[in-house]
Design a protein around this ligand. Sequence first.
Ligand SMILES: [Zn+2]
Length: 302
Amino acid sequence: MSTVVREAPHHRNLTCVKEYSCKRAECVARSLEYDRRRYRQKGYGTWQPFVDAEPARQHIGRLRALGHSLPGIEKAAEVSPATLSRILYDGVNKQARRIRPEVAERILRIPLQARPVTANTIVDATGTRRRLQALVAMGWPLKALGPQLGFHPRRLTDIIHGDRVLASTARRIAIGYRTVQARSPQNHGVPARSIVMARNLAAREGWHGPAAWDGAAIDDPDCQPEQTAAYGASPKYVRDNDRIAEIEHLYLLGESVDSIAKQLGGNRKYIGDQLAVVLRRRAEAARQEREEAMRRRLGEAA
Ligand SMILES: [Zn+2]
């Protein structure tokens, strides 16, 4: 009589011991623990071979919303891909209504925390978009930003309008942003005409320069610079029209916030607040211009 020793496909649950006579210590212990629990619970009359799959299904949904991948969940819960798909997919007749309690328990035990970010994690693009927009607002056209940041300008066009981005891309742009925001485009070969065009584009789109963002706010989708600019700037700055005109002039010449601060003897925060006023005025002027143009067109049409 020959015994064919079949290798268990995995050592996650009771299958390897029950069907493949697995002798690994941890598997035997798992199997004994299961038998003991079943015995105990049968004695108490609380034995449940299966439980409702719905809580586990919902938990998986929440984990996925937090960025967990299915393979990641499989690994954390020590369940097979087949088990997970039976829980999840409402195929023809495949979705499990009831699952083993230990499977449910292991899934429900995975904490509802955002998955650690790796290079391939897809993240919210708010901060990345704002960084690019801030550089454009400084007078950097995307065409010139490409080589500065190490991306093809067409990629930057996609990113500046995107909702989601690879974590590695977000990181590269955040690092590049720190360097480039300290550079004035005019000192790096960007023609004056392109600088003005980039700034006008930013004003039309309501994009804010680096000065409008304080620290981590740039990555926070709930943080809106319009609001802080509208209510945050001290009224004395708003009245300080000469000062603002001077700042606007230097800004239009492609000077960075640091450089303007140096030339006018104000600090970065002060210049930033004033620039926010300038940007708001420019955006407002651009908006009125558009409305005026629209009225003219409607007038012509009538
Ligand atoms: Zn085993």
